[in-house]
Design a binder for this molecule. Structure first.
Ligand code: ARG
Length: 411
């Protein structure tokens, strides 16, 4: 399908009208979403385009750019500050020890929230449709679509629908006098939880990332020689304080990104399996995520039982997979969260983390719910004899099998 055709059919309103009137677009201010504005008008016949930029902690300059661009191109631009709500999504991720192939799920966590905020504006505006600027190659289309499709609004995805390449988008932008100065070498997505850098030379897995792509983290080689030990306080699985001072979620995450970044903590370079099956080379920066996820997982090991930990590791993996795939609308997501929340009732205490030249190492932990007690210490006088009975039945089946083979050594 070339630019100019669209597969959309138009909205059937209550009165059977087929004219499209109002569309609400998830708007970042980048090239993809910017060319969507004239496309929605010209190719899809919308009369009014409302752009919504959801603030999930991206750099303020990015929001300013979105404001500026949108003001020249569409009827209205709305900025929704969702940072605090995003922190609630992030804390779910901490409780679930979020990890998809080594990725802390920053972008993945933000998309359903952005989509929900767009739906809220669409409902308020009594719009006919909602739109996003995702391509048909990545994960984000699935994450937006899954949430958008839970609503009554028509869904429009112009870039995917019109099968546009970046070069075609640039040409279209130029034709429309849209400034697309950013010939960024890389595609960057940034929010409170992580910064991701992909594309261009990074698509070659052999290519070693140049130092200038990193913004949040110092190179471990240039980080201070002196380590720094910090104390993270948790209540019911949620991080609530730093070095004994209570902090709100946004400030805590920002502060840890700064301190961790200074020590070169939280860089990842991975080959990731996208939902559609493409492999992609991803570079991430996420100092706070690295610190909080290691601290939280460590505290769980102190307070949860072996059985809880074993089962929860399966739940955590399924949780991360659902979030990566954008399937937080599946009822399983709520069911897993209910299980996770039950386990977190005892995950309170403190974890001490040493930050040093790219590493965040847990060096101590404490909790009123610790299952590590004096009775189990090496020095305690325990009834050693009692273990003999336990040991008698231990490996019983292996012993029976060995007997059948006349105890001949098998090695
Ligand atoms: N691969 C990650 C994901 O699918 C991050 C993608 C971020 N996008 C970007 N343009 N850097 O969630």
């Amino acid at each position: 399908m070339s630019v100019g055709e669209s597969s959309g059919e138009g909205v059937k309103g209550e009165s059977g009208r087929r004219r499209r009137k109002k569309v609400v677009l998830a708007y970042s201010g980048g090239l993809d979403t910017t060319v969507c504005i004239p496309l929605l008008r010209e190719k899809y016949g919308f009369e009014e385009v409302i752009a919504v930029t959801v603030d999930v902690g991206q750099p303020p300059a990015e929001i300013e750019r979105a404001k500026e661009r949108a003001s020249n191109l569409c009827e209205r631009h709305v900025v929704v500050d969702a940072k605090e709500e995003f922190v609630q999504y992030i804390f779910r991720a901490v409780k679930a020890n979020a990890n998809y192939e080594g990725y802390v799920l920053g972008t993945a966590l933000s998309r359903p929230l952005i989509a929900r905020k767009v739906l809220e504006v669409a409902a308020y505006e009594d719009a006919d449709a909602v739109a996003h600027g995702c391509t048909g190659k990545g994960n984000d289309q699935l994450r937006f679509d899954a949430v958008f499709r839970t609503s009554r609004f028509e869904l429009v995805a112009p870039i995917r629908d019109l099968n546009l390449t970046r070069a075609e988008e640039r040409a279209y932008a130029e034709e429309h006098g849209i400034p697309c100065e950013e010939q960024h070498r890389f595609s960057i997505d940034e929010n409170l939880w992580s910064r991701s850098i992909e594309g261009s030379e990074l698509e070659n897995p052999e290519f070693q990332p140049p130092e200038e792509i990193f913004r949040w983290t110092k190179s471990p080689e240039d980080a201070p020689a002196e380590p720094e030990i910090i104390e993270i306080g948790f209540e019911r699985g949620i991080p609530v304080s730093l070095n004994g001072t209570r902090m709100d979620g946004v400030s805590l995450i920002r502060t840890l990104n700064e301190i961790g970044g200074l020590h070169g903590v939280g860089r990842t370079d991975i080959i990731e399996d996208r939902v559609l099956g493409f492999k992609s080379r991803e570079i991430y920066e996420h100092p706070a995520a690295t610190i909080l996820l290691s601290a939280h997982a460590d505290l769980e090991r102190l307070v949860l039982t072996r059985a809880e930990l074993q089962f929860k590791s399966i739940v955590d993996a399924v949780w991360s997979d659902l979030v990566y795939k954008g399937l937080t609308v599946d009822p399983l997501y709520d069911a897993l969260n209910a299980f996770i929340d039950k386990t977190q009732e005892r995950v309170s205490g403190s974890v001490f983390v040493k930050l040093h030249r790219g590493n965040a190492i847990v060096v101590g932990r404490k909790s009123p719910h610790a299952l590590f007690t004096k009775e189990v210490s090496f020095d305690a006088k325990t009834e050693q004899k009692m273990a003999e009975g336990f040991s008698f039945y231990h490996a019983l089946q292996a012993r029976i099998k060995a007997k059948m083979c006349n105890f001949f050594p098998t090695l």
